[in-house]
Design a protein. Structure first.
Length: 152
């Protein structure tokens, strides 16, 4: 499993929204345009390690992010997933939730097997778009990056 980049200031390079407990981050290797992550600021590896307050924080960031994020990617649907543990495809040893916008126009429509394969393997096709998408989302969310220290 890779180093935990989520606990370093580098994570703020692709952060487009944050709450007290969570970050919304554009994935640096998206499977399709819009692929983002919801990451707890406190270092935890498994969902069961979240406190009840953090579970509420997850609901809070989802409620704040999803409507505008879906609109930004002209979508009405999304996949929400977790890879929990190395054998489930977890690459960064820090809990994170993948959110992937889906629509009848997306290139993975009707290809569920390929979609999950891409989540766990090479997905560099959309990577060149990351800086542009991060800036666009920061404008939508009126987010100014900071170099805050994450809770560990």
């Amino acid at each position: 499993m890779g180093a935990d980049i989520f606990c370093t200031p580098k994570i703020y390079e692709t952060t487009f929204f944050e709450t007290r407990q969570f970050l919304a981050v554009y994935n640096i290797r998206p499977v399709i345009r819009g692929h983002s992550l919801l990451i707890p600021k406190r270092h935890v590896v498994y969902l069961t390690e979240l406190t009840s307050g953090e579970i509420n924080g997850l609901k809070e960031i989802m409620a704040a992010v999803l409507p505008r994020w879906l609109k930004a990617f002209d979508s009405d649907s999304y996949n929400l997933s977790i890879n929990a543990g190395e054998h489930a495809g977890m690459v960064v040893n820090h809990l994170h939730f993948h959110i992937v916008p889906r629509s009848d126009k997306d290139p993975l429509q009707g290809k569920l097997i390929e979609f999950y394969h891409m989540l766990n393997n090479d997905r560099g096709t959309w990577s060149k778009e990351v800086p542009k998408e991060v800036e666009r989302l920061r404008k939508i969310f009126k987010y100014k990056p900071t170099q805050k220290r994450l809770s560990q």
